[in-house]
Write a protein that binds this ligand. Structure first.
Ligand code: 0O2
Length: 243
């Protein structure tokens, strides 16, 4: 008779390994998302402009991970997958303007616990289909109960226009099962040019508005300071005394 207890033990062991494997990516996404949320809140409250518009994150599904393992002809082995599939934890940041993209990337990669492993700049060097985005592969330490795991994560940073284009292109790519008709490919490339023109135009307007604000500030015509009524100030002082 087969020893089912050994088999069950193996299954349980494998299950625990899988849960640990996936959990690390969930924590990595949460950690990077918290860092981005701190930057967003700081910008919102201290500065009068926030370069981060939206943030999306996901842990790659086991199905997509498996497809990538097959595409890369890797063996089905967790340490190999951990080392070679570096976008299981994925965070996408949408910025308002192209000039914000590298600024946000620097703010993240200069943080002590983030190690930049690889940078792919598809903004400087767009793909032939028109795809633009800045990709960072980073490693982030995750502190578990019994060990520290350095987990890879992919951070994609792009403008709203770049994201609009990429999302549509991604959908079409999958809908046509990877063989997009030439006319559609040409249309998409044109749309990428239009998205790029919009980005450049928005950036120019943004710079002009910033310059106007700066000039106003220099000429003393900036935003008027808020004058609090004396009753309000004494109420604040009273509350401070009590605490
Ligand atoms: P998904 O479903 O978005 O996760 P890699 O395969 O990641 O080891 P690769 O392909 O050289 O190596 O990495 P790259 O160029 O950094 O691209 C990784 C991700 O960028 C892709 O992940 C897409 O999300 C996005 N991307 C890259 N090129 C394109 C493109 O031409 N169009 C669009 N829409 N997105 C792109 P996945 O796993 O392919 O897909």
């Amino acid at each position: 008779m087969e020893d089912t207890s050994i088999e069950l033990k193996n299954v349980m062991h494998w299950k625990t390994e899988m849960v640990r494997f996936m959990m690390a990516y969930k924590f990595a996404v949460e950690e990077v998302s918290t860092k981005i949320s701190i930057l967003q809140q700081e910008f919102q409250q201290i500065h009068d402009y926030n370069p981060i518009e939206h943030v999306k994150s996901r842990v790659k599904s086991p199905e997509s991970t498996f497809k990538k393992v097959q595409k890369k002809k890797l063996p089905l082995n967790l340490p190999v997958i951990r080392e070679n599939i570096r976008d299981i934890a994925g965070i996408r940041i949408n910025c308002s303007f192209v000039s914000d993209i590298h600024r946000v990337a620097d703010m993240l990669t200069q943080q002590k616990d983030i190690t930049l492993i690889e940078k792919k700049d598809y903004i400087q060097n767009p793909k032939t289909n028109g795809y633009k985005s800045l990709h960072l592969i980073v490693q982030i330490p995750i502190f578990m109960s019994d060990r520290v795991e350095n987990v890879y994560a992919e951070i994609q940073i792009r403008t709203i226009a770049m994201d609009f284009w990429a999302s549509l292109e991604h959908k079409i790519y999958y809908k046509y099962n990877k063989a997009i008709p030439k006319s559609l490919r040409d249309d998409l490339r044109d749309a990428a040019v239009t998205a790029n023109e919009l980005d450049e135009r928005m950036e120019r307007i943004h710079k002009e508005v910033s310059q106007l604000k700066e000039d106003d500030h220099q000429n003393g015509n900036g935003e008027k300071p808020i004058i609090f009524p004396p009753e309000f100030l004494s109420m604040l002082a009273e509350n401070e005394d009590k605490s």
